[in-house]
Design a protein around this ligand. Structure first.
Ligand code: GUN
Length: 294
């Protein structure tokens, strides 16, 4: 039975509400004579997606009253130069937290860069210390995308306890942490979790058993109507750029879910854009605020 009365999980509106809460906290900090949090982003090269994400992060800092700085390098930056920049930021007491926008050029060892960041300033939550703490439910910085999804579920009163959640994708940034967070004895959480990926033979059958699907494969329109159980909740993490000459930008964003055919089957679904994306950015702000407090 399809119900046609699905709830649109409006990440943009939810993120706006959280931004107001952060702004109020920052204003209170500043009124007490404390410094406003300062987020620094390192951006290497000119990848269109990375440029857009970093610009959006810097703009959001301004909206919530954070200070922000952007450090740019060209594609030919050396690993040593990046490591030196990270060492400086680790020691700089005026810097609350910082991120290195991924992906990095091929000649740079991404893992080495991630591990060079002081875990106390690792507001992306990518350092193995934060990943390990997250995996056993200790206080830490949680990767922004899964953190944003949990907050979106919570603020929209989506029940997760006892539900079967199918996570599509096993990336270190989204799929793996999402699966672990939903598994935790917590709210949101308490799910039975299945993780599917490119080598899973029976994805359709597994998806049909899901109460909640988190699609984070980066394959446009992967989730079709015949994979979704009526009444399921569908979270679409996909943001693939598809060439579209009718747009001023020359592209549009495609989610991992065939929204038009899947939405009427669901009880709740995120749009792309305006779903997970804004929640991810606001989660980075929440992590930076957390760093400022500790
Ligand atoms: N690339 C894709 N997602 C992210 C993210 O959350 N943080 C950083 N630094 N790079 C990314």
């Amino acid at each position: 039975m399809s119900n046609h009365t699905y709830k649109l999980l409006d990440g943009k509106a939810t993120a706006e509400a959280i931004k107001l809460e952060i702004a109020a906290e920052v204003a209170a900090m500043v009124a007490e004579g404390k410094a406003a949090p300062h987020l620094v982003a390192i951006l290497v090269g000119h990848d269109g997606g990375s440029e857009t994400y970093v610009a959006s992060k810097m703009k959001t800092c301004q909206e919530v009253g954070f200070r922000s700085s952007l450090i740019r390098y060209e594609d030919n930056v050396t690993e040593a130069e990046l490591l030196a920049a990270i060492a400086r930021l680790n020691l700089d007491e005026d810097v609350t937290g910082f991120i290195i926008q991924l992906p990095l050029p091929k000649h740079i060892d991404e893992q080495k860069i991630i591990e060079a960041v002081d875990p106390r300033k690792d507001v992306d939550g990518f350092h193995p210390i934060n990943v390990g703490r997250m995996s056993i439910g200790l206080p830490c910085f949680v990767s922004a995308t899964p953190k944003g999804i949990l907050e979106l579920l919570k603020r929209n009163q989506i029940e997760t306890r006892g539900k079967h959640c199918v996570v599509l994708g096993r990336s270190n940034i989204v799929g793996k942490p999402m699966a672990q967070l939903l598994l935790h004895k917590a709210s949101p959480g308490d799910c039975t979790v299945t993780v599917c990926h490119s080598r899973t033979p029976n994805i359709k059958e597994l998806c049909l058993q899901a109460d909640i699907i988190v699609a984070a494969l980066g394959v446009p329109s992967f989730v079709k109507a015949d994979m979704v159980k009526p009444g399921a909740v569908v979270i679409d993490v996909g943001t693939t750029r598809i060439a579209d000459p009718t747009r001023k930008s020359g592209f549009r964003l495609s989610g991992d879910v065939c929204f038009d055919e899947v939405a009427p089957l669901t009880s709740a679904i995120t749009p792309v854009p305006g779903g997970v994306g804004p929640m991810t950015i606001v989660s980075l702000m929440l992590n930076t605020l957390q760093a400022a407090k500790q």
